[in-house]
Write a protein that binds this ligand. Sequence first.
Ligand SMILES: Cc1cc2nc3c(=O)[nH]c(=O)nc-3n(C[C@H](O)[C@H](O)[C@H](O)COP(=O)(O)OP(=O)(O)OC[C@H]3O[C@@H](n4cnc5c(N)ncnc54)[C@H](O)[C@@H]3O)c2cc1C
Length: 440
Amino acid sequence: MLSNRSEMVVAWDFETDPEFEEQLAWMRDFIDRELIPLEPIFDELPRDEWKIVQHHLQDEVKARGLWGAFLDPELGGIGFGQLKLALMSEVIGRCMMSMTVFGVQAPDSGNMELLAHGATDEQKDRWLWPNLRGDISSAFALTEPFFAGADPTVIGTTAAKDGDEWVIEGRKWFITNASVADIVLVFAETNPEGRPHRHASVFVVPTGTPGMEIVRDIATMGHPGASYGRQGNHAEIVFRDCRVPADHLIGQPGDGFVLAQQRLGGGRIHHAMRWLGQAQRSLDIMCERAVSRHSHGRPLAEHQMVQDYIALSHMEIQSARLLTFQTAWQVDKYGAAAVRADLGMVKAHVSKVVLAVLDRTIQVCGALGYSSDLPVESWYRTTRFGPIGDGPDEVHKSVLARTLLKRYTPVEGWPTEHLPSRRPSGEAKWRELRTLAGIT
Ligand SMILES: Cc1cc2nc3c(=O)[nH]c(=O)nc-3n(C[C@H](O)[C@H](O)[C@H](O)COP(=O)(O)OP(=O)(O)OC[C@H]3O[C@@H](n4cnc5c(N)ncnc54)[C@H](O)[C@@H]3O)c2cc1C
């Protein structure tokens, strides 16, 4: 097994209490011991047997009080807040399958945040708590084939009230886990006359509801040979006269966009937290290769271009880590809504960093890096969704730029104050300061 050198090179100031540090140490050891050894054979494991083993491992995590830690206590979870979650998620991110073992996997985590914010007590009993316990799983259906997912104010799926039921019509695609989930949270237009951000609503549609058809699981970079009904696949779904009772609406008609923001905002930084762990483990692999392999009479580690890859990767990971942790701290202090643009910034930045580090690791590992003998190529393919998913990075950068630009107003006569013509006033100021300082 490739050793983990992360602890040796990382020193941060986001220290927590000793009990939590002990929990983190346990997590590292648990993942190294129980999960990482399975990586090379994971795709071949019989799924039904893996489910049983996974339950057993999940029970160990629950017994340690570490299960489903993304949901903050005030929302009914056992969460520790976003900063501690960031520390935990980095450990979890080192191994893909640890997400489900620790109960923090997307899209369930985001869906639970949505339900925690918007569902009634009765709805929480039916869907949130079973989802949090791991008794049921969920998917979230927003993206559609014929409308840009980047702009969720324009969608084709509709829901119309008919007596005590809502009737859903439309088509969704790339809906992660829909073909294995028990419920799908469907984003549909209910108030076409409303303002763009008030025209849609979210409904819980149990899979198997008549009129909801899973057309296919779409083959993707992450899962090239999409086999129907595997965890992590991305489904295309058609809704034709699909009827759900009135109490399957979450919140009020028109609340859909606000609720979706609740889940996507948190989800964006949660992805980033886990990518840090993946990037760090990838750098560990790159460094081990560099010190273990020789070319042209010396270790790869002594070639300056390889040193550049290593130094650059470390610099990028450290800055991404600080950005992520600082934003997590801000969420704890001010709430997610106050730092919406920052959450998008974190997603856009860290997704680029992790892909760059993975790419360099593949390069330094040569043919082996390109092969499936190492996990890096699979991580690269899976993580390539990062700059696209949960809103493309371009959109997050636009939101960030617009947020920054709000601080600026046009300056009359600009750029006069920057020009040499302002030299006389600079000279006057200098004379004044010299006099004040007693220079004659
Ligand atoms: C692996 C994976 C899993 C996913 N899981 C889910 C899921 O569970 N549920 C769900 O609802 N969706 C899911 N999606 C869909 C995802 O959220 C969308 O792909 C994403 O929001 C982009 O929408 P789109 O694909 O329609 O691309 P478009 O909206 O068509 O955008 C395509 C490209 O156009 C450019 N672009 C778009 N708008 C702008 C802009 N304003 N400024 C500059 N450039 C722009 C960007 O380069 C963007 O990548 C998943 C996608 C992937 C790849």
